[in-house]
Ligand binder design. Structure first.
Ligand code: M6R
Length: 625
């Protein structure tokens, strides 16, 4: 939530920061702003709405060129999305500009304290207090090198909540100072073609991958000072020196471009075969065994597990629901799945033999992070399934399994989801292997099925034209229902979520068996109902039951849209629209059956003339609770 960019170096900082904001706009797009430090004073431009609005302002009234600048794209928390509330916020004396991500929870008392000194606030944000406090703390800090960093530490010690703050001060034109507590911040360091050092700050590496792949990961409660001549130095909030973790970003700039697609989401849907293949790469051994060296839990620790919680939000939660079916089936370990925002508040029973699997594409989702911390406090082992290298969730977990989806820019998760599901399969099978719950040949046979998934997804994608056509005919629907059983149920939930968030159409996902207990009353003449049909080879005739459910809704006037595997002839008489997917073992089927639902939602939203990549009210990475 909120994109943060900072630059100090020889290039025109305005251009570097604007480019960074373009790459980070997916993090929040209620307003945008930029501040440059030029000729001993601060100049700012800010505008409500998307970045394009700010760019228009800058084209009409350019800011002076500068070598130090900060920029922000906002997802509003305190104060509406207005010009006044847009960041950066400047202190009353004009000395400091600040951008912020997160929530300063004690801002009301701090604001009262500032107002008592005669400061008049210009915005309704919690952020503005940080600007005023920082200006005051700077005046108090000892003169000399590191004064702004010292002031930042003093302010951070007074702040409650989660925050990333980046500040620039008129007296230190070649310096940026930033702080983080439970909110994301990475540092990039590079050199221009002539070898001059330059430095970047970003909410994530997308802010600067066009310039450098050398990144530094900051820890909790740390302050970083980046200075053109002195370089980078990091301390904790008390001033003790800290060592940041250096890493090389393996995404390239092109991966974060649209690459000829109309929407990032379309590109990311198309990338799914590769993303799935990359997530499997190196993890399936030559003899059909699982090789998960990066799971830093010993075999004994894995054998001791007697309960698993999967905790995540939104789409990642749906991946967790699928994981439950697979992990329980393969390992016979009980698995509970919970939305992260509920998990820690209900006092779950956790101990050393509990494994908590947290799933997060961004690695920064605050609800998931807080659940993770709660689990670790209770001594549970935490395994993260995550896509973003260098993010907070994997760093704070006992073990991590990275999905290799590459950057996911569209707010709606697609390749992130598919690779999370695949990673969950890997975890389940690995546990089964280590605990001896499956014979080697059984594991090897499932591994063979996993290897076929990238091609199966590619096959689905090659046959999406009828889905696009269907989507265009559904663009005016008021409501669309999604039904599934077994692993098809979470797929139905995911299909409904995609439609809600992209097309703003009312959508609900149901366990098909629950329909008769109430929701069937929603069905009227022509109500579109999407049904995810399990394989006819699925256990205990789930298939037959779903076919009956299709008939039930059709008998009540529903327009049935049926997703069924090739060769399933039972569904043909009851399907108004039939979408075929390749034959896939039941537990792995979500990897193929989800894809048409992504395409459907994307195309309906596009037909309705909506912004597919940046749906209203949303942000890619939700870094507030
Ligand atoms: O980055 P995360 O995977 O932790 O994000 C979790 C959810 O916020 C995310 O999946 C959200 O539901 C997506 N917009 C769904 O498309």
């Amino acid at each position: 939530m909120c994109g943060i960019v900072g630059y100090v170096g020889p290039q025109d900082a305005r251009d570097v920061v604007l480019e960074g904001l373009r790459r980070l706009e997916y993090r929040g797009y209620d307003s945008a702003g930029i501040a440059v430090l030029a000729d001993g004073s601060l100049a700012t431009a800010k505008k409500a709405g998307k970045l394009a609005n700010l760019e228009k302002v800058l084209a009409e009234t350019p800011l002076p060129s500068a070598t130090t600048a900060i920029g922000h794209t906002r997802w509003a928390t305190h104060g509406g999305p207005t010009d006044r509330n847009a960041h950066p916020h400047v202190s009353a004396d004009g000395s400091v500009a600040v951008i912020h991500n997160g929530i300063i929870e004690n801002f009301a008392s701090l604001r009262a304290e500032c107002e008592a000194t005669g400061i008049e606030f210009l915005s309704e944000t919690d952020t503005e207090v940080a600007a005023h406090l920082l200006a005051a703390a700077y005046r108090e800090a000892p003169e000399g090198e590191g004064r702004l960093a010292e002031a930042m530490r003093a302010v951070c010690r007074r702040l409650e909540g989660a925050f990333t703050l980046v500040a620039t001060h008129v007296a230190e034109p070649d310096t940026l100072v930033a702080a983080r507590r439970s909110s994301p911040l990475v540092v990039g360091s590079g050199r221009t073609a002539d070898g001059t050092a330059e430095y970047f700050l970003g909410s994530d590496v997308a802010a600067f991958i066009g310039h450098t792949r050398n990144a530094l990961e900051l820890g909790q409660d740390q302050v970083v000072e980046i200075d053109r001549t002195r370089g980078v130095s990091v301390t904790d909030f008390g001033g003790a020196a800290a060592e940041p973790v250096a890493y090389t970003v393996d995404w390239d700039a092109a991966a974060a471009e649209k690459g000829g697609y109309g929407w990032f989401m379309l590109k990311e849907i198309a990338e799914q075969p590769q993303a799935v293949a990359d997530t499997l790469l190196g993890r399936l051994g030559a003899h059909g065994e699982l090789v998960l060296d990066e799971v830093r839990l010993s075999d004994q620790e894995l054998r001791d597990i007697d309960k698993i919680f999967v905790v995540a939000c939104g789409t990642a939660y749906h991946a967790g629901l699928i994981a439950k079916y697979a992990i329980e089936h393969w390992t016979r370990i009980p698995v509970e799945v919970e939305v992260a925002s509920e998990f820690r508040y209900r006092d779950p029973v956790l101990d050393r033999s509990t494994l908590v699997v947290v799933i997060s594409q961004s690695g920064e989702t605050m609800d998931t992070l807080m659940a993770l911390r709660h689990a670790r406090d209770q001594k549970a082992r935490v395994l993260a399934i995550c896509n973003a290298n260098g993010s907070t969730i994997p760093r704070e977990s006992d073990a991590v399994l990275y999905t290799h989806a590459g950057p996911e820019i569209a707010v709606a998760s697609t390749k992130g989801f598919l690779t999370q599901v695949v990673a969950c399969y890997l975890v389940g099978l690995f546990l089964a292997q280590v605990r001896g719950m499956k014979f080697e040949d059984e594991v090897a046979s499932i591994v063979e099925d996993l290897r076929k998934l990238p091609d199966a997804v590619a096959q689905v994608l090659a046959e999406m034209e009828p889905v696009r056509e269907l989507a265009r005919s559904l663009a005016d629907a008021d409501t669309i229902l999604f039904l599934g059983r077994h692993v098809g149920f979470p797929v139905a939930l995911e299909g409904a979520l995609k439609l809600k968030e992209l097309a703003y159409i009312h959508a609900e996902g149901f366990a098909a068996g629950e329909l008769k207990h109430g929701p069937i009353a929603l069905i009227d003449q022509g109500t579109p109902v999407v049904v995810v049909v399990p394989s006819p080879r699925s256990r205990e005739s789930v298939h037959g039951k779903v076919v009956s459910n299709i008939q039930e809704v059709r008998a009540r006037g529903a327009l049935t849209i049926v997703i069924a595997e090739e060769g399933d002839e039972d569904v043909v008489p009851y399907a108004d629209h039939l979408i075929r997917v390749p034959r896939t073992p039941t537990l792995l089927a979500p990897v193929v059956t989800t894809v048409p639902l992504q395409v459907l939602a994307c195309e309906i939203a596009d037909t309705r003339g909506l912004d597919v990549d940046q749906p209203r009210n949303l942000a890619k990475s939700v870094t507030v609770e």
